[in-house]
Design a protein around this ligand. Structure first.
Ligand SMILES: [Zn+2]
Length: 450
């Protein structure tokens, strides 16, 4: 993109938020600076925000007033981060059953932004946030988008299943001026749609590919198969689902650039993301307070898996205090060489619902099993594990060219080694793993109720 065109887009971007009286631009500029503050200073800011949220919620939110009272706590009892552990975690069930009392007084539900979470595990939620909170979320996303090499005003190639396209004239015009993106719908990807996408790519030359991990992988497979090599973004952001190491390797080879992995959820938005050094994921601590806890509620040590629990410091309209996301993550005490003060997490181990059970009751991350299997046994392009009951596994596989009966025997043997010799392992060869309605893919599905 020409420098003059890019400068114009940047100018218009700033002007747009000013005219709209949106705080997004200013939030973003502050976030660009605060990321380089020392961690101790960032923690001070984070704790101040946490204290304010706690005081506000106790005074203005019936649901949290009751929680504090039941726990025998007053806001002033929260003297450091560890004291927050005295409050119970907030579950998805708590939110569904207490939706009205979770809206703070002083906020009119009809004037808040409302969205429904995907609910791919049958747990759809209504979430309400204020305009200011929404703008903070967008500002954070923009800061982290730039870590991939992309900059404001540059076009993006969006790779989603069921992408949300600008529909109204106003949104189309806004998109055309501020971010002239191109889209590929990976729910219906064909040689023709990939060729059409690459023709658009030639015209607009996006600097970023952004999408679901597996959707980007599908595009990479098509480009590789068709011998198309003009899709050369500066960076790639993989979001919304686990990025498996073998998919990452393939994507990076096809596009000849690094993938910047990102973790978040619809309820609280961006939680963590890799920077340009790819040393783990920096936590978004100006906006969120993030805990990793074991089954007894204690903070896990760095390197150990723990349930991810989030407090959204900016959503005062419908506070999320100690929200259990139902994902498992691994904290880290490493420092990143990029110089940012934002602490790191090592990785996301998977969604709680994607963990499978061994007969002795121990949990095993389905995603890790898939990764192990695909690197250990040849002839498998893709795989999905469905655990119907404690001793019954359904393995859907997309066979590669080296697949044969011996591979199948190896596969059954591997799963019986992990899950026990009495486990029934049914193998089903399929053409491709289907996406869910949301456009996301699930590779490990546990149907055993916890
Ligand atoms: Zn870094």
């Amino acid at each position: 993109m020409k420098t003059i065109e890019l400068s114009l887009r940047k100018y218009l971007d700033r002007a747009y938020f000013k005219v709209k009286k949106s705080p997004r631009y200013d939030y973003w500029r502050l976030l660009e600076k605060s990321q380089y503050l020392p961690e101790s200073q960032l923690r001070k800011i984070q704790f101040q925000r946490l204290k304010k949220l706690i005081h506000f919620s106790y005074k203005n939110n019936k649901f949290y007033q009751d929680r504090f009272d039941k726990a025998g706590l007053k806001p002033d009892d929260i003297k450091d981060f560890s004291d927050i552990g005295k409050l119970p975690v907030l579950t998805k069930k708590d939110i569904r059953t207490n939706l009205n009392s979770m809206i703070s007084s002083g906020y009119n539900k009809n004037r808040l932004l409302c969205f429904k979470t995907g609910g791919s595990t049958g747990k759809a939620l209504d979430i309400y946030i204020s305009e200011a909170c929404s703008e903070m979320r967008n500002a954070v996303a923009r800061r982290h988008d730039r870590w991939s090499g992309w900059d404001v005003g540059e076009p993006v190639g969006a790779i989603w299943g069921n992408p949300v396209l600008p529909k109204t004239i106003k949104n189309k015009a806004k998109s055309w001026v501020l971010s002239p993106n191109i889209y590929l719908d990976t729910m219906a990807v064909t040689n023709q749609s990939v060729r059409a996408f690459t023709r658009q790519w030639e015209k607009k030359k996006p600097s970023l590919i952004f999408g679901h991990a597996h959707s980007i992988f599908i595009l990479a497979q098509f480009l590789d198969r068709l011998g198309i090599n003009n899709v050369r973004p500066k960076g790639i952001i993989s979001s919304s689902m686990m990025l498996m190491p073998h998919e990452r390797k393939f994507i990076e080879r096809v596009f000849n650039t690094k993938v910047t992995d990102r973790y978040g959820c619809e309820e609280v938005s961006l939680i963590a993301s890799e920077c340009e050094k790819h040393n783990g994921m920096h936590l978004n601590i100006e906006h969120l307070f993030i805990e990793f806890i074991d089954e007894n509620g204690r903070q896990t040590a760095p390197g150990q898996p723990g349930d991810i629990v989030i407090t959204d410091l900016m959503n005062w309209a419908m506070p999320f205090i100690r929200y259990k996301v139902e994902d498992v993550g691994i904290a880290s005490n490493k420092k990143c060489e990029c110089g940012r003060g934002l602490p790191l997490m090592e990785s996301v181990a998977g969604r709680t619902a994607d963990f499978l059970f061994k007969p002795d009751g121990t949990r095993v991350a389905g995603i890790s099993l898939i990764e192990n299997t695909l690197t250990r046994i040849k002839g498998l392009d893709q795989m999905q594990i469905i655990q119907d009951s404690i001793n019954c596994l359904q393995i859907n596989i997309v066979p590669g060219k080296d697949y044969n009966l011996n591979r199948e025997k190896e596969l059954v043997h591997y799963f019986r080694t992990v899950f026990g010799s009495n486990t029934t392992v049914d193998i089903y060869p399929i053409n491709s793993i289907m996406a869910e309605k949301s456009g996301k893919y699930r590779f490990s599905i546990c149907k055993i109720k916890n």
